[in-house]
Design a protein around this ligand. Structure first.
Ligand SMILES: [Fe+2]
Ligand SMILES: [Fe+2]
Length: 406
């Protein structure tokens, strides 16, 4: 028998090592492919076979990944130890000797939908808690109640569909005519394409609240003073408009041409509005008030075309049902009614902002405090929480700012 030369053994070991490595990866894919496991079906544990039995303590080749109840093996400890029984369906919690992640240091499970590229040690737990628990909150009182909002309730909301602020000053006229001029563009381009029109409208409408909130924030920092209650409302308005956009994006996917238009319009509008707000915040809010008047008109036309059968009254997207607390059977018509009621609120609040600037009284907390002293207003506003009552009772409710803010 021929003796195998040493050089041949060396060559075969060099060739076979990568093959052995590949075989290892095949049998123990979770040690290397954890971050890719969620993207392939054969490496993701099925929900019908979520756990390993007690008689099969080590992961088999056909069930290589740990169960949902099993903590994620770390890179330095890829497989559960042989002496450590894997949790079964009847014993979902691993024993104390199992290297479980501590309560203060949660570890991502391999079966989590979160990409495992996220380092759990790097993401602050409070950031995780905040993102997990927070969700966009509607602006109107009607959508923040426990009971589901019905079509009839939406129909009966008194929002002042035909409300119009008659321009009184030069700045009002300038704002009104600027909006009328700007309306000509979408009227000409989109015509009766309501979905595309509202997508474009919302990409523009979500800008002023953010610009106003940002500039008020900076002014509060510069002046080392409270902002008077404007920022929170303006930022909430921007979020509310973005929720409108996200809702309509579920009904329509813009083409690349539409996206290019959105890009150009946002670039031009953001800068123009930013400059306008720096020069004349009053005109900027009046401009927004008129813009929202036009938004109410646009949504009324949308509603009319649904009622006339020109647009199919499809089921409402889930995002809108959740945001507005609508019934499971809600339709696009209900969403249009809900969004239109938001636009009416933006219209009224922006005209009010312009009025308060004109009156040189920009501390909205003082206004609210004085109004809340009236029993009639307290009834109109509905349930005012005890916490808010206590806060306002410290001084603001009496029409004077709190000493630390004045
Ligand atoms: Fe909107
Ligand atoms: Fe709006």
């Amino acid at each position: 028998m021929l003796k195998t030369p040493r050089s041949f053994n060396l060559a075969t070991s060099l060739i076979s090592s990568p093959i052995r490595g590949l075989l290892f990866l095949h049998n123990q894919p979770h040690t290397f492919f954890t971050r890719f496991a969620s993207t392939t079906t054969n490496q993701t544990p099925s929900t019908t076979n979520p756990t390993q039995s007690a008689t099969n303590p080590t992961p088999s080749a056909t069930n290589p990944t740990p169960s949902a109840t099993n903590p994620t093996p770390s890179a330095t400890n890829p497989t559960p130890p042989a002496t450590n029984p894997t949790p079964s369906a009847t014993n979902p919690t691993p024993p104390a000797t199992n290297p479980t992640p501590s309560a203060t240091k949660p570890t991502l499970s391999a079966t989590d939908p979160v990409p495992s590229a996220v380092d759990p040690d790097e993401m602050p737990p409070d950031m995780i808690r905040e993102l997990h628990s927070s969700h966009p909150r509607p602006m109107r009182f009607e959508f923040n109640q426990k009971d589901k909002v019905t079509s009839q309730m939406l129909e009966n909301m008194d929002i002042g569909v035909k409300k119009h602020r008659i321009p009184a000053t030069f700045s009002d006229f300038a704002a009104f005519n600027a909006v009328r001029l700007l309306r000509w563009l979408p009227d000409t381009y989109f015509k009766d394409n309501h979905y595309m029109r509202v997508v474009m409208l919302e990409t523009v409408a979500a800008v002023p609240g953010m610009v106003g909130g940002m500039l008020r924030h900076l002014r509060s920092l510069r002046n080392v003073r409270h902002d008077g209650g404007w920022i929170i409302h303006l930022l909430h308005e921007a979020e509310n408009e973005r929720m409108h956009l996200l809702t309509w994006m579920k009904c329509l996917q813009p083409t690349w041409v539409d996206r290019s238009i959105i890009l150009g319009v946002q670039g031009a509008f953001f800068n123009a509005y930013f400059l306008l707000y720096l020069l004349s915040p009053r005109t900027a809010h009046r401009f927004c008030g008129y813009l929202e008047e036009e938004a109410v008109i646009s949504y009324t036309h949308f509603l009319k075309d649904i009622d006339e059968g020109k647009i199919e009254n499809r089921p409402a997207p889930r995002i809108a049902k959740e945001y507005y607390n609508l019934q499971p059977t809600a339709t696009i018509r209900d969403v249009v009614l809900a969004v239109r009621s938001d636009e009416a609120l933006h219209r009224d609040s922006n005209h009010h902002f312009a009025d308060r600037i004109a009156a040189c009284q920009e501390d909205l907390r003082r206004d609210v405090g004085m109004l809340l002293q009236s029993p009639e207003w307290r009834n109109r506003l509905g349930n005012v929480s005890q916490e808010a009552d206590q806060r306002w009772g410290r001084g603001e409710a009496r029409g004077t700012p709190h000493p630390r803010d004045s």
